[in-house]
Design a protein around this ligand. Structure first.
Ligand SMILES: *Cc1c(COP(=O)(O)O)cnc(C)c1O
Ligand SMILES: [Zn+2]
Length: 450
């Protein structure tokens, strides 16, 4: 779709390739049912000549769009007018250079960075996507919205919906949600519906509900959401003094982030704003490792968009036949039918990516290390460091390479996992509280033993 508009939607299936205006609202290609992409007519957009030109927005932070860590890169996600752009101050996040953790893991000093997305308004990276999707919802005049969620999506949707005055329903699986996240959805006033099933069941229901009732869908199927999530990569580059790292490491759940990161780098390269594309390592939990299985064991590939979908169909048919439900303490990535699988394969292709999975005990140990040496994170985020540890051991990642791990959620999101790990001495870095009698001498004696 060319012409004067800056952006349009396009089906990712090369056999279809249907195009739609950004003023339309749908979450799947109405022609073939595949995923939709946002495409740009770059010639109509005033993109800065170099990435460091975005630095000028630091001095105009009283402008709400320049303050936002998403919208200050707005030329790179130019799909709606400024007056529709919603912001609650998302993306004020930190790229933390962490030499202590680097030294522990055997990475050279100055080479390990943690992108702490827990600093977002609702405490997870999801806000980067929601600010973009809600801006689109505003542009199309949506009145009511919904999402399926393992937790953080519902928290982010609820706070943005509240801000925009949209009615909001969130679907969660039974017993699978961390309390920190559920408490947010309730507090922000979302109608919460608990489905007797897992996330994949919720994801299927919410699509039918949205289609039936004309609700605006906010899962990462929504291509506008992924546009906002691209900015996590821009901020990493910014944090590195406008250089790209050698590796990006990210947990893989519904695979929206990994998909968005791949798209971000492909576009930056196309625009001549970066010379080198970093490699991407996507880390699954071993109890929810569809991507790892499909890529490493079944050789599923992007193949220029001509994906061998029979591999996916057979795999999912097997999961159904086994009545399989994923299980991991990292509830944010407890997903066995990732909706962005195909876009993620494209990201792996673009970034020469690799995929691996880590066990729950590797995740909780890594989480304790991140807490001990840094700002902390929730379990799913710690899959990055657990994965890095293994990838260093297998020499796929070298100590001399520059590595940025995306810590996707705040450490207070899932206090249960943290408390159980430490109190019940579940892992190598457990730090249990000790009891003591209410007596000064005994307290002093105990403390001098520590
Ligand atoms: C949603 C979420 C993930 C998974 O991200 P995807 O983009 O779905 O792969 C990982 N960590 C946290 C904390 C999340 O909230
Ligand atoms: Zn299509």
């Amino acid at each position: 779709m060319s012409g004067k508009q800056t952006a349009y939607q396009k089906c990712i299936n090369p056999k279809c390739g249907a195009e739609f205006a950004t003023t339309e609202s749908m979450f799947k290609c109405p022609t073939c049912g595949d995923l939709l992409d946002i495409k740009y007519n770059w010639e109509n957009i005033n993109v800065p000549k170099k990435l460091s030109d975005f630095r000028k927005r630091w001095s105009t932070r009283n402008n709400r769009l320049d303050f936002s860590g998403v919208w200050r890169f707005r030329e790179l996600l130019n799909f709606c007018p400024d007056e529709n752009k919603i912001s609650i101050g998302e993306g004020q996040t930190l790229l933390e250079r962490n030499d202590n953790l680097a030294s522990f893991l055997g990475v050279d000093a100055g080479n390990l960075f943690l992108q702490y997305e827990g600093l977002n308004p609702s405490g997870s990276f999801k806000d980067n996507g929601m600010t973009a999707a809600f801006s689109h919802a505003d542009m199309v005049g949506a009145k009511s919205c919904a999402c399926a969620s393992t937790g953080n999506t519902s928290a982010a949707v609820a706070v943005y919906a509240n801000h925009c005055g949209l009615k909001c329903t969130v679907f969660i699986g039974s017993g699978r949600i961390a309390f920190g996240k559920l408490s947010q959805a309730m507090d922000y006033g979302a109608k919460t519906i608990q489905i007797l099933g897992d996330f994949d069941d919720c994801m299927k229901q919410v699509q039918d509900v949205c289609t039936n009732m004309g609700l605006y869908l906010l899962n990462s199927l929504n291509p506008f959401r992924l546009e906002g999530q691209k900015t996590i990569m821009y901020r990493i580059i910014e944090g590195l003094g406008w250089e790209v790292p050698d590796w990006i490491i990210v947990p893989g759940g519904n695979l929206g982030n990994s998909s968005a990161f791949g798209k971000a780098f492909a576009e930056l390269k196309q625009l001549g704003l970066i010379e080198k594309i970093p490699r991407l390592a996507i880390i699954n939990a071993s109890g929810a490792d569809t991507l790892t299985d499909l890529v490493n064991n079944k050789s599923l590939r992007w193949n220029d968009g001509h994906i061998d979908t029979a591999i996916i169909d057979d795999y999912y048919a097997e999961l159904t036949a086994k009545n399989y439900s994923p299980h991991t303490c990292a509830s944010a990535i407890e997903i066995s039918r990732p909706v962005n699988l195909k876009k993620c394969l494209r990201a792996i292709d673009v970034c020469d990516g690799i995929v691996t999975s880590v066990t729950d005990s590797e995740i909780t140990d890594a989480k304790a290390l991140i807490g001990r040496y840094g700002l902390g994170c929730e379990p799913a985020s710690a899959a990055t460091i657990a994965g890095l540890k293994n990838l260093l051991a297998s020499s796929e990642i070298k100590p001399g390479e520059k590595i940025a791990c995306v810590l996707t959620g705040h450490c207070l999101k899932d206090p249960d996992v943290t408390v159980n790990y430490h109190k019940d001495l579940q892992g190598s870095y457990s730090n249990a509280p000790v009891e003591c009698e209410n007596d000064l001498d005994k307290i002093i004696k105990l403390m001098s033993q520590c």
